[in-house]
Design a protein around this ligand. Structure first.
Ligand SMILES: NC(=O)c1ccc[n+]([C@@H]2O[C@H](COP(=O)([O-])OP(=O)(O)OC[C@H]3O[C@@H](n4cnc5c(N)ncnc54)[C@H](OP(=O)(O)O)[C@@H]3O)[C@@H](O)[C@H]2O)c1
Length: 269
């Protein structure tokens, strides 16, 4: 039995069909939660829901563009119709590159790309959280986790070439603090900040050379797995984190702490 017992809880995971979000859906389900996956591609959601069923939990995939308030309202309605409550929301949908979200130097960024990135990575967090809040307040309890990125960390250079994305992910951290302050004591709101995580999307955007140079910046000497993020999320939504709200938890293998590659080589024996 996993440590955090989420039996009887109902969780909405945006982007829960792929990559980090899929790992979050499966980890929450393994700890006893029923899962509502919100994304756009129904086939991928159905495949993810089947994996949750295999763990013995209930799951549905609700098609939702999480940047649109009417679709987010439908997501909440479908969840309540199917499960009758909402205990957990994980705002994970988003990204910095892929079919929809482009990244690059600011001078080469088109207005459309700016708007799409801010909507997917920042507006969606506010919209989905606002939509579940009345239910959580009525229940007297709820937990929200927002997924930011190390690109939001001003102490490192990852924002170069990721300008709009990193601005959105800084916004996610600030929204987390504001939500925690405005919606407590009933709702706890926390933020997980992933480092480099091995998802298809991220690895597809890297060459072997860029992956090797990435590795040299990580104290733990490995690229993170989606399950590393999922375990942190499961802790934050569990009762074990009952006094944790407004926290910003870096799960980055020590990337934030500095560049191990800058150490001088050890003296020869
Ligand atoms: N991977 C990393 O190294 C890394 C590092 C730091 C932060 N992050 C953050 O972690 C989160 C997940 O990243 P990932 O690498 O796992 O991404 P991913 O593999 O591309 O998966 C993204 C998920 O979000 C859904 N999605 C995207 N835009 C959506 C929208 N507008 N409406 C509804 N669903 C949407 C996608 O499904 P559909 O396409 O079917 O909609 C998919 O399920 C993102 O917020 C990302 O910024 C990732």
């Amino acid at each position: 039995m996993p440590e955090q017992d989420l039996n009887g809880r109902v969780a909405i995971v945006t982007g829960g069909s792929l990559g980090i979000g899929l790992a979050i859906s499966l980890d929450l389900a393994a700890r006893g939660a029923d899962i509502v996956i919100a994304a756009r591609n129904q086939g991928r959601m159905d495949a993810a829901a089947a994996k949750v069923h295999a763990l013995g939990r209930r799951a549905i995939g609700v098609a939702a563009e999480v940047t649109k308030s009417d679709q987010v309202a439908n997501l909440v309605e479908r969840t309540l119709a199917e499960f009758g409550r909402i205990d957990i929301l994980v705002n994970n949908a988003g990204g910095s590159n892929g079919a929809n979200y482009k990244r690059g130097p600011l001078l080469e960024t088109e207005e459309k790309d700016f708007d799409e990135s801010i909507a997917a990575n920042l507006k969606s967090v506010w919209l989905c959280s606002k939509a579940v809040t009345p239910t959580m307040l009525r229940q007297g309890k709820g937990a929200i986790v927002n997924i930011s990125s190390v690109a939001a960390d001003p102490s490192r250079g990852t924002r170069v070439g990721f300008g709009v994305y990193s601005a959105a992910k800084v916004g996610v951290i600030n929204l987390t603090h504001c939500m925690a302050a405005e919606w407590g004591p009933e709702i706890r709101v926390n933020c997980v900040v992933p480092g480099w995580i091995e998802t298809e999307r991220v690895m597809g955007a890297n060459t072997p050379a860029s992956a090797a140079s990435m590795l040299s910046t990580i104290a733990q000497g490995r690229i993170g797995q989606p399950s590393d993020i999922a375990k942190a999320v499961s802790y934050l939504v569990s009762d074990d984190a009952g006094y944790v709200s407004g926290a910003v938890l870096f799960v980055d293998g020590g990337y934030k702490s500095g560049l191990p590659a800058l150490l001088p080589p050890p003296p020869s024996p």
